[in-house]
Design a protein around this ligand. Structure first.
Ligand code: SAM
Length: 312
């Protein structure tokens, strides 16, 4: 909205907002700075003008996978003004840091991208960013797509407070342990998941958090087969077992936080299990707890495993 004279004179909030918005070119913006550039998570139309400019003009472009980034540049019709495209991925990030710092310190502008979405969000970059900050280098965000945030927004679950948990462990025992620790978390939880693990993760989530907890599976966001599945964890786990499409492509799982009631109930159940585990093996403790609480034995068995037996 164009500023009015009156608002300029009186420093109205709208005028301050407009004045604070920068519309400057990235190329002219601070040589020797590290730009963290978000790229599309599927839909190329989501590449922002600033991201486009950074990809085109940065003296050094650091890519998680250089082939992938070259494809993105080609698909978006971006011709680099010059300067290298080099790799920075989880296996070489640490060893690449000194070279990148040297480039930054000699005045080069450096842009970091991952294969998709926002760098550092379950993607490489945090070692470099920490090193850059320590070296007094300016770090600038060129924000944009992020699957976690998009899923949270479309999910319909509370967004006021949320916890991003990245990927769950691939193995069930480790996953159950992590979930047990999160069972009483009251914030909305956001997980990334590999499609081939969606079904088993939803089953574990239903076991540990209870099948009634509301959840969302956001699949292939911004892409052709984008779909959002909403329901109770037990329903989503059943659906994942029956509908192969649900596990095709990329998925984010969003889960409602635990309510005070659920925390109290799970604390009771854990207390009971702990007491039983002092005397009994896991299977027997789960069987008795199932009889006492009416909860599924399998769910209690997994909870007991996650609590760990005091008998060793
Ligand atoms: N840094 C990225 C971001 O900002 O979203 C995430 C990178 S992480 C290695 C990849 C995971 O993000 C996928 O396994 C999936 O869980 C999620 N993801 C990425 N793109 C997605 C999409 N279009 N729809 C749903 N989930 C997506």
């Amino acid at each position: 909205m164009p500023a009015t004279k009156a608002s300029v004179q009186h420093g109205a909030p709208e005028e301050e907002r407009v004045a604070n918005e920068r519309n400057d070119s990235i190329a002219r913006l601070r040589p020797g700075a590290l730009f963290l550039v978000s790229t599309p998570i599927g839909n190329l139309g989501d590449l922002s003008p600033r991201a486009r400019e950074a990809l085109r003009d940065a003296d050094l472009l650091l890519a998680e996978d250089t082939r992938h980034t070259r494809q993105l540049l080609g698909a978006c019709g971006i011709e680099r003004a010059g300067g290298a495209i080099e790799s920075l991925h989880e296996h070489n990030e640490r060893s690449r840091v000194p070279h990148v710092l040297e480039r930054l310190q000699s005045g080069a502008s450096v842009a970091l991208v991952s294969d998709a979405g926002t760098p550092l969000l379950s993607d490489p970059g945090s070692t470099l960013v920490r090193a850059a900050i320590e070296a007094g280098i300016e770090v600038i965000a060129v924000p944009g797509p992020c699957a976690a945030i998009a899923a949270l927004a479309v999910g319909g679950l509370p967004t006021e407070r949320f916890a991003f948990e990245g990927f769950l462990p691939a193995k069930s025992a480790a996953r159950l342990k992590v979930l047990q620790e999160l069972a009483s978390e009251s914030r909305t939880l956001v997980f990334y998941e590999a499609p081939h693990r969606l079904r088993e993760s939803l089953e574990d989530l239903a076991r540990v958090f209870g099948g009634a907890r509301r959840a969302v599976v956001a699949r292939e966001l911004t892409k052709r087969f984008e779909s959002v599945y909403r329901g109770a964890l037990a329903e989503l786990a059943t659906r994942a077992a029956q509908d192969a499409d649900m596990s095709r492509g990329e998925v984010v799982i969003v889960i409602e936080g635990s309510t005070a009631q659920a925390v109290a109930a799970s604390a009771d159940v854990d207390g009971l299990l702990r007491a039983l585990l002092v005397e009994l093996p896991v299977a027997q403790a789960a069987k008795i707890a199932a009889r006492a609480t009416g909860l599924p034995r399998r769910e209690l068995y997994d909870r007991a495993l996650a609590l760990g037996s005091p008998r060793g």
